[in-house]
Design a protein around this ligand. Structure first.
Ligand code: FAD
Ligand code: SF4
Length: 480
């Protein structure tokens, strides 16, 4: 598939859609990255040189057919691009927005050698946003097979599983304890990275395809897993990881020390008008805020606090600047918006007066090597300092929190609590209970939206095969 002008990239630089300047974007909870129009998308797509060995596809966890849909966009064939994009990815408009492209597809683009990567994520977002706007919908051509599958969790893994099942004639019934679909797409990732209308549109599209959602229903409390297993031909679990990692130092239970997810969920509910006045909302206006941690969750807390009008936001990480766990893009955004960063500091205790946190005591750290030459973080004796704070947000990440009923149903776990699911058959993503499949964060540990999508899709193929409907090889997935 030759490009029209293989040297186009020499004349047209990489241009992202317009990014709202920091001083304006901190006043609102809107997405900071704008949208391409048709000409801009075509012009940027045409920068792809079709290098013949598309490293971008290999680095993309769902192995999107990137050069192919770039070419379709260059030619103005939007609906064909949308159809192709949905063959490998169930949520392309979300991934285009929030994947850490700098370390996935765009990080692998050949044009990084001096020209700037093709803006793959922004074009992926453009394709689905624009196609939906123009009335395109994913095709569901398969005849109903009469089979029904219960899906626990309407996060990316559950939605991706439902998407593949319905397209193969299997009826998915998706249960979630929350009032909206999306999992962390809705109740975690803040609206300045992903506006909630995008998730609402996806829900309408999926309902239009025939997916059923049963919300505000917690499995294990409102409905027993037993019942789901009895009433359906198979069950998929995509329940995420929700056990917040704590620091284990004194003071974490103080009322003005907040777990990251409580803070972020309270904010989304407030912004979207889903909460009663003040219900669960943690207002950090005018406060000196210290955020502990430096992954994507910490960056989201930092930037939320800035938007709440915090007097200052200081993010403290026990490692150095070069060892951030999250996306560089989000770190850059946070810096631009006024977050201050302190590196190589490890919290020792949260200082307290009158039952409230007043600051965090830190020790400096340095990188050393252990006897095997592995990197080790070491606290520096006598280096204690206190950073004053009116509120502390703890964002150390999440680990799996297996429910008791997993074991009751012969679902085997890894030692760290992750659900064990078959990566290589006989039925992909099947657990030790043959009728139950699993994927996403509860299998991988806290990871990414795109990897949860990948596993939800894998599990759907395992389920279809298990139900005797034939082996399905999804485009883009056979490379694993
Ligand atoms: P989840 O999204 O957690 O969905 C699980 C769903 O299961 C939830 O809706 C939950 O309510 C439901 N559920 C759980 N138990 C039950 C039950 N018993 N009954 C009924 N329903 C149940 N990834 C990126 O790629 N880019 C980012 O920028 C990014 N930012 C992030 C920011 C934050 C603050 C966080 C916390 C995560 C971020 N991630 C990001 C990670 C990403 O959101 C997750 O990896 C992804 O959402 C995992 O998908 P999942 O479907 O496995 O689980
Ligand atoms: Fe890149 Fe993510 Fe899209 Fe793959 S899904 S092309 S990694 S933005």
């Amino acid at each position: 598939m030759a490009r029209k002008d293989p040297l186009h990239f020499l004349n047209v630089p990489r241009r992202m859609p317009r990014i709202t300047p920091a001083e304006l974007r901190i006043q609102e909870f809107k997405e900071i990255t704008g949208h391409y129009d048709k000409d801009q998308a075509g012009e940027q797509a045409a920068r792809c040189i079709d290098c013949g060995n598309p490293y971008c596809e290999w680095e993309c966890p769902v192995h999107n057919y990137i050069p192919h849909w770039l070419r379709l966009i260059e030619d103005g064939r939007l609906f064909e691009a949308a159809e192709l994009s949905h063959k490998t990815n169930s949520l392309p408009e979300m991934c285009g927005r929030i994947c850490p492209q700098d370390r996935l597809c765009e990080g692998a683009c050949t044009l990084n050698d001096g020209y700037g990567a093709v803006t793959i994520g922004s074009i992926e977002k453009y394709i689905t946003d624009e196609a939906f706007k123009q009335g395109w919908r994913p095709s569901v051509e398969a005849q109903p097979t009469g089979k029904r599958v219960a899906i626990i969790g309407a996060g990316p893994a559950g939605l991706a599983c439902a998407d593949v099942l319905i397209r193969h004639g299997v009826q998915p019934v998706v249960y979630d304890r929350y009032s909206e679909i999306g999992g962390l797409l809705t109740f975690g990732i803040p609206p300045f990275k992903l506006e909630k209308d995008v998730v609402r549109t996806r829900r309408e599209v999926m309902e239009g395809m025939g997916v059923q959602f049963i919300l505000e229903t917690e499995i294990g409390r409102d409905v027993a897993l037993e019942k789901l297993i009895e009433d359906h031909d198979a069950v998929f679990m995509g329940m995420g990881t929700y056990d917040a990692v704590t620091g284990g130092f004194p003071g974490e239970a103080l009322p003005n020390v907040h777990p990251a997810l409580d803070y972020l969920i309270g904010n989304v509910r407030n912004v979207e008008g889903w909460a009663q006045q003040g219900d669960g909302f943690i207002d950090l206006k005018g406060k000196r805020v210290v955020v502990l941690g430096a992954g994507d969750t910490a960056m989201d807390c930092n930037r939320t606090a800035i938007r709440h009008g915090a007097a200052s936001v200081t993010c403290v990480h026990r490692r150095g600047e070069g060892q951030l766990r999250g996306s560089r893009k989000e770190y850059k955004n946070a810096r631009e918006e006024g977050v201050q960063f302190l590196f190589n500091r490890q919290p020792v205790t949260i200082e307290e007066a009158d039952g409230q946190a007043t600051g965090v005591r830190f020790m400096r750290t340095r990188l050393t090597a252990d006897e095997q030459g592995r990197n080790r973080i070491e606290a520096v004796e006598g280096s204690e300092e206190v950073i004053e704070a009116d509120a502390v947000v703890v964002a150390f990440g999440f680990r799996p929190d297996p429910a008791d009923w997993f074991r009751d149903h012969r679902i085997t776990l890894h030692e760290d609590g992750r659900v064990l699911a078959a990566e290589h058959g006989p039925y992909l993503m099947q657990t030790s209970n043959p009728k139950v499949f699993a994927g996403g964060d509860m299998v991988r540990g806290a990871d990414l939206v795109v990897t949860a999508v990948y596993e939800g899709r894998q599990a759907a193929t395992g389920i279809i095969d298990y139900l005797g409907l034939g082996a399905v090889e999804l485009p883009g997935q056979q490379v694993h």
